[in-house]
Design a protein around this ligand. Structure first.
Ligand code: FES
Length: 164
């Protein structure tokens, strides 16, 4: 991938938080940083993280495999994870998941839009059941969803994407 100058500075700041012989401790923030630009990690990204932390590439792969927020498949700029677990389901989550998919021109099983802007998927409980139904978009929670709220969210993200 090659870190940009700004990313390299962020990476250096992350590494400074840990003892030089404990670079592995920085793996999660380093992976978030590597994933931030395109929202998923390719082999070059993973190798760059391994090199920065002086750890084997296989070790980084095993860590990525453990955390659902890291992705090794091309993913939309906005990762929309709609919780359809029981408390959310009792408040209509299936219908809201369907609405997200329909509004983005995706089939019933979600996926990634042709323009690469959105990936939609169903997930299990995100620990915000008291605000069900909810979804997570990248790292932000959107709670107490309604049809109108979903339309507003999508419109706002499209507008945000246009602005770059
Ligand atoms: S069931 Fe949806 S956040 Fe817990």
């Amino acid at each position: 991938m090659g870190w940009t100058q700004a990313e390299q500075q962020e990476l250096d700041a992350i590494l400074k938080k840990y003892p030089a012989d404990r670079k592995l401790s920085a793996v999660l923030p380093a992976l978030y940083l590597a994933q931030r630009e395109k929202n998923w990690l390719d082999d070059d990204d993973i190798e760059a993280v391994a090199a920065a932390l002086d750890i084997p590439v296989t070790h980084v792969h095993s860590i990525i495999g453990f955390y659902t927020l890291f992705r090794k498949e091309p993913t939309g700029k906005y990762m929309v994870q709609v919780c359809t677990d029981l408390p959310c389901a009792l408040r209509g989550a299936e219908g809201f998941y369907k609405r997200f998919c329909e509004r983005m021109g995706l089939g019933p099983h979600g996926g990634t839009t042709e323009d690469g802007l959105f990936t939609v998927e169903e997930v299990v409980c995100l620990a915000a059941c008291d605000k069900a139904p909810m979804c997570q978009i990248n790292l932000e929670f959107f709670e107490s969803l309604t049809d109108d709220k979903i339309d507003e969210i999508i419109a706002s993200l499209r507008e945000q994407a246009l602005k770059g």
